[in-house]
Design a protein around this ligand. Structure first.
Ligand code: HEC
Ligand code: HEC
Ligand code: HEC
Ligand code: HEC
Ligand code: HEC
Ligand code: HEC
Length: 267
């Protein structure tokens, strides 16, 4: 609570300072960058987007239904500015031309997981580490990813027909630098270790008391009957405590490597 108040105070002070300096210059930074199709009421004033994230301490809460079409919600024509995906790739050297109405499905044909430039590596960095996206959307994940009722986080526009979704609100605050190991610990007489958590699951094989996520993934790999990519999301993102105490943040578990890969902490 104390932290919140301080953050709000900081925000007010900085916005006031920026207003005093003059707000003309902040507009130029948005040049040549896609705008969101429908402005969100929760959007910060443009002045405050200029601040580095640390000092801003702003936490942007987004709903997975805020940009219902993912790429297509943001990459649109806006007045005389063309932010469509086709226009974006025109700026990339040597890029093959794509149809003017290209969607993410057009892109993924060439940028699949097995291609030399898979989207799972190419797209994260340019968004999450960019000035505009970083400040305007607080490097959010649910602009592009959506939780299915079976626990997967598919990319909007790439889901199979008939997929059912569960809306979640999410922020991007990292309260768990060690991932699972930051939260699943002993606290006083309460045992939240991973070994203790699985003891509560019916018929679960026993694991060593100091099991880590590496122990789990041996049995819960992508190819197993209960892959972690499907098992873990719902229990956290739709749980009782996680949405409240950890604001459904993705980056408590996920981390981006310097090359743009999106890993699970500890794996
Ligand atoms: C919430 C809005 C939003 C969504 C959703 C979004 N983008 Fe972007 N995109 C941006 C912004 C903002 C930038 C400009 C980043 C910057 O340079 O600050 C950008 C930049 C880009 C670029 C240019 C990168 C470069 O090297 O200059 C490409 C290509 C792109 N996006 C593709 C996509 C694709 C494909 C999707 C869907 C899978 C997508 N975007 C979803 C807002 C969005
Ligand atoms: C016909 C195949 C094809 C299609 C369709 C395609 N791409 Fe590409 N893309 C490529 C190739 C090939 C490169 C590498 C270009 C080079 O570096 O010579 C590339 C490179 C890129 C890069 C730069 C990657 C990097 O970091 O070096 C981005 C970003 C990109 N494409 C985005 C898109 C988007 C967005 C779409 C959909 C609108 C799309 N591509 C559709 C073939 C394709
Ligand atoms: C601009 C859109 C966009 C944003 C924002 C975004 N992703 Fe992704 N993500 C993608 C796309 C596209 C793929 C590749 C999907 C495919 O190949 O089918 C992907 C793939 C992934 C993967 C699978 C990687 C792998 O190696 O298999 C993970 C994990 C992931 N994203 C997590 C995140 C997290 C966590 C965030 C927020 C910190 C995030 N993403 C933000 C578009 C995005
Ligand atoms: C030796 C293999 C093995 C290891 C190691 C393992 N699991 Fe499991 N896990 C299973 C099996 C088998 C099931 C299915 C149990 C059943 O339903 O009969 C399961 C089920 C689960 C489930 C319930 C899935 C669902 O929705 O039905 C969770 C959650 C889970 N494991 C978490 C973990 C965690 C966390 C770890 C690491 C501490 C872990 N597991 C380590 C084999 C393993
Ligand atoms: C930021 C804190 C945090 C992180 C990081 C975290 N968890 Fe959890 N976990 C929770 C909370 C809180 C719950 C209780 C769920 C609820 O009701 O919200 C939980 C519940 C669980 C459960 C019990 C599910 C059930 O069926 O009762 C398992 C198993 C689990 N987590 C495994 C993991 C694994 C494995 C990782 C790392 C990949 C992880 N957790 C990362 C906070 C965390
Ligand atoms: C409790 C930890 C935890 C949280 C919170 C979490 N994830 Fe994951 N996620 C995982 C694990 C573990 C995997 C499986 C990794 C593996 O198999 O190597 C995974 C896999 C994924 C994948 C890859 C799925 C695929 O089909 O390949 C995507 C995309 C993803 N997560 C996105 C997200 C997004 C977006 C959020 C936030 C809305 C999020 N995750 C929150 C632990 C988490």
């Amino acid at each position: 609570m104390k932290f919140r108040k301080l953050a709000i105070l900081l925000l007010i002070v900085t916005v006031m300072a920026l207003l005093a300096v003059g707000c003309g210059q902040s507009q130029t930074a948005e040049k040549g960058k896609p705008e969101q199709a429908q402005p969100q009421p929760s959007e910060k004033p443009k002045e405050s987007t200029e601040k580095p994230k640390e000092s801003a301490a702003q936490v942007v809460t987004l709903s997975s239904s805020d940009q219902p079409q993912g790429c297509a919600s943001c990459h649109v024509k806006n007045g005389d500015k063309d932010y469509t995906l086709a226009a974006e790739v025109k700026k990339i050297q040597n890029h093959p031309t794509v149809p003017a109405d290209a969607t993410v499905k057009t892109c993924i044909a060439c940028h699949s997981e097995k291609s030399p430039k898979p989207f799972k590596w190419v797209l994260h960095k340019v968004h999450l580490e960019s000035k505009i996206y970083g400040s305007k959307y607080d490097s959010a994940c649910v602009t592009c990813h959506k939780l299915t009722s079976t626990g997967l986080l598919t990319v909007k526009g790439l889901e199979a027909d008939g997929t059912k979704f569960t809306d979640i609100k999410s922020t991007n605050e990292d309260k768990a630098p060690q991932g699972c190991a930051s939260c699943h610990v002993k606290k006083g007489d309460k045992d939240y270790t991973l070994a203790a958590e699985v003891k509560k699951i019916q018929n679960h094989p026993t694991v060593s008391p100091n099991a880590t996520v590496k122990t789990c993934i041996a049995c819960h790999s992508e190819k197993s009957p209960k892959p972690f990519k499907q098992v873990l999301h719902l229990v956290h993102l739709q749980g009782k405590i996680y949405p409240q105490n950890y604001l459904n943040s993705c980056v408590n578990c996920h981390i981006q490597t310097p090359t743009g890969e999106m890993k699970v902490k500890g794996l």
